[in-house]
Design a protein around this ligand. Sequence first.
Ligand SMILES: [Zn+2]
Length: 110
Amino acid sequence: MLFIEQFYNLNVNICMFIKEFTISKRHERHSKLGKLHEYWRTSTMVVLRCDSCDVEFTRNRGSMDPNRINNNYFHVCSNCDSKRFAQKMGITRKQIWDMPASSDLDISKL
Ligand SMILES: [Zn+2]
């Protein structure tokens, strides 16, 4: 939480990865003999805050590029147009967006 506040104070809108959690889903299938078999699948979900409309949303971790699950990337929910959002942010922001996490660039000078 402290981390998030720090980013708000810097007025840099790039801290929108909130948490991740695991869900279990029950599946059923019928064997050749018609017997019902139950099995469970777990999937990891990530909770992100939309950088466009500020809504929290979840996404299946498996459907995302693992390199993008961090706060150096913008995340836009399914209700928002990510392309339009990118345009709105402009080219300068896009450069920040693609900046590697290991960059030692002073964020206050951006
Ligand atoms: Zn949104």
